[in-house]
Design a protein around this ligand. Structure first.
Ligand code: 6PG
Length: 234
């Protein structure tokens, strides 16, 4: 069952999502002594990560950070998901650098980079943060992608319809196994796909973000605008 959090004011989205993340990270630490946290790229999570960095109730020494996907660019490139997460979160919290596991998607041999990253990826992740594109992609799992058929490997090279095209991505088994999943989506350009993902028939090869259907979805009013009233708690 999908849990929906629809905020009325845009500034509430980072607060709600960061509050949930702080709670779930702290819960994992309380229950298992540490938290493995995988973060999404793109633009939507930026204010969420800045808000999370401002929360003082997280023992960052006990958090291991991973990435759901990465573009084939250097870590200081403007398109790097690592760079965005570093600027908005990692550079603002006392997390040991050895706790941060960067996807080296810029390496010439991306398949080897994927296989090496997979060896560092915990099974299952404690907390997984995902975004969603207007086409329903999540991480770098794009509609119709061969990576959507992957059931053995946890990380694979992928080609995206969103530039930069060459990437590394987690695969469906990683999303399906994660203990807690958050999907964060904002903007009217995602409204149709949000409604399709949450209310439409289950078809993750067409709508990959449906792999996270059991997660907690954080939406602004614009992204939730096409949901029927039966779905959105009044
Ligand atoms: C990426 C992201 C991707 C992102 C969506 C939404 O590397 O592009 O991981 O899955 O979450 O494309 O991106 P925006 O938040 O920028 O709309």
């Amino acid at each position: 069952m999908t849990e929906l959090i629809v905020v009325s004011r845009p500034e509430d989205l980072p607060r709600q999502a960061a509050g949930w993340l702080a709670l779930e990270v702290s819960r994992a630490i309380a229950e298992r002594g540490s938290c493995t946290l995988s973060l999404a790229g793109g633009r939507t999570p930026e204010p969420v990560y800045r808000e999370l960095a401002a929360r003082s109730n997280i023992d960052w020494k006990r958090v291991e950070v991973f990435f759901g996907d990465e573009r084939a660019v250097p870590p200081d490139h403007a398109d790097s998901n690592y760079r965005m997460v570093h600027l908005t979160l990692l550079s603002r919290v006392p997390i040991p650098s050895s706790n941060v596991h960067r996807m080296q998607a810029e390496r010439a041999d991306r398949d080897t980079a994927a296989r090496e990253y997979e060896r560092s990826l915990p099974r299952p992740l404690d907390v997984l943060v995902l975004g969603m594109g207007p086409d329903g992609h999540t991480a770098s799992l794009f509609p119709g992608s061969a990576a959507l058929e992957e059931r053995q490997r946890l990380v694979v090279p992928a080609l995206g319809a969103k530039a930069p095209a060459e990437r590394l991505t987690i695969t469906p088994p990683v999303i399906e196994a994660a203990r807690k999943v958050a999907v964060i989506a904002a903007g009217e350009d995602k409204a149709l796909m949000v409604a399709r993902a949450i209310e439409g028939p289950f078809a993750p090869r067409v709508v990959p973000v449906q792999l996270a259907q059991r997660g907690c979805w954080f939406l602004d009013r614009a992204a939730a605008a096409r949901l029927t009233t039966r779905t959105v708690a009044t």
